[in-house]
Design a protein around this ligand. Structure first.
Ligand code: 5GP
Ligand code: ZN
Length: 115
């Protein structure tokens, strides 16, 4: 837990969110400003600021994130049509919350290149 971290506060239940899945390693909740018909944030419970702060100790965690991305996509009904998992890193990558998270976007066709 990092004292001034928004996502640590959501994980601790101090700030409300629409949590749709939780286990010992992560939580999944709806993004407050959805960029697709279905937009979830997959957020490890461990406070890791950015992708650059991951270590070998986190390998299992990151694998688990992708496994749960698939599970949520299937359970939400958009897995067959297709979806996107996005991790923004640092300012130039579009990161605005400094607690690692993975966007899971579904329910519409995605474009490439991304913005
Ligand atoms: P980033 O820009 O760091 O990749 O993604 C941060 C995401 O967190 C954004 O998509 C933003 O809409 C979302 N977000 C910011 N504040 C809150 C909040 O208080 N609650 C929820 N559920 N999502 C938030
Ligand atoms: Zn945090």
């Amino acid at each position: 837990m990092s004292a001034d971290c928004l996502f640590c506060k959501i994980i601790a239940g101090e700030i409300p969110a629409n949590i749709i899945y939780e286990d010992s390693l992560l939580v999944v909740f709806e993004d407050i400003d959805p960029q697709a018909p279905q937009h979830f944030l997959i957020v490890p419970k461990k406070h890791i600021a950015t992708t650059l702060d991951l270590t070998a100790e986190d390998n299992e965690l990151v694998g688990h994130v992708y496994q749960i991305a698939g599970k949520v996509a299937r359970d939400s009904g958009f897995s067959a049509d297709g979806f996107r998992v996005v991790n923004n890193c640092n300012d130039g990558g579009g990161q605005t919350v400094w607690h690692i998270h993975f966007h899971l976007l579904g329910g519409r066709n995605m474009t490439w290149p991304p913005g």
